[in-house]
Write a protein that binds this ligand. Structure first.
Ligand code: GLP
Length: 241
């Protein structure tokens, strides 16, 4: 596992942005998985800014997000589709066909999970997964206790994260939210993983995930076993490693 520590948030965002661009430069038909959240918004905007100044070929690249909320309209500002579209996809002019997302509304999410995976496999599998980490160590939306063999599914939500989504999107309490997420097994089958973390609030969970035992109690700890993984952090998130 390679560990990269940047001195501040700006350099963290810029370095992460260049990791995405470098992947596209090296393999123009790359399949790239993204993550939403406060950690990744900055890097997505920098990729968009660089593209605006110095357009590069994105006609063959495929983007998707590692997870998506279920049971709300995809146009809600808090859906992963809306966030990735707004931060990155629309600026780069990525075609609908090259932006692979599961639907937010369906009566059969098990089937949607399979279709999502089949579409990614149809592109030759995932080259790079940019992966956030939750405060409890979740990756995607896979909560502590999720088996490492889990495959793309609808996971229960982390209560804090759910509260945040409800706040940001005005989803009524009566509507049950879920999180469709690539399973831990699917995430591990990615050719390259870059786990990103910034901020002092992530220092403790980063220490546990990187230096502690590999355990389903901390889903992110599984990346210790990935053969091609980088952890990119700012100095605050890396304070305890
Ligand atoms: C949510 C997302 C995850 C993301 C995590 C971290 O749970 N579904 O994919 O990794 O948040 O978010 P933040 O960067 O805001 O801490």
């Amino acid at each position: 596992m390679k560990i990269t520590i940047m001195p501040d948030e700006q350099k963290f965002d810029t370095t992460a942005a260049w990791r995405i661009i470098a992947q596209i430069m090296q393999k123009p038909d790359s399949v790239i998985g993204l993550s939403t959240g406060q950690t990744t918004g900055g890097m997505h905007r920098i990729v968009s800014d660089i593209y605006r100044e110095y357009p590069f070929d994105v006609s063959k690249v495929t983007f998707f997000n590692v997870d998506e909320l279920t049971n709300l309209e995809r146009e809600y500002s808090g859906s992963c589709y809306a966030m990735i579209y707004d931060q990155l996809v629309r600026h780069l002019g990525i075609s609908e066909d090259n932006f692979i997302m599961p639907p937010t509304l369906s009566d059969d999410f098990e089937r949607e999970s399979k279709i999502f995976e089949e579409r990614l496999a149809g592109r030759g599998g995932v080259d790079l997964q940019m992966l956030g980490i939750g405060m409890n160590g979740h990756i995607g939306i896979n909560q502590p206790g999720t088996p490492f063999e889990s495959e793309t599914w609808v996971s229960p939500m982390d209560p804090d994260f759910e509260a945040r989504v409800r706040r940001e999107t005005n989803v009524p309490d009566s509507l049950e939210l879920g999180g469709l997420t690539r399973g831990i097994k699917n995430i591990m089958h990615t050719r390259k993983i870059i786990l990103v973390a910034k901020g002092v609030h992530k220092a403790k969970i980063i220490e546990q995930a990187l230096l502690g035992p590999v355990t389903t109690d901390i889903p992110a700890s599984i990346i210790q076993l990935h053969p091609n993984c980088e952890v990119l952090m700012d100095a605050e998130a890396a304070a305890s490693v």
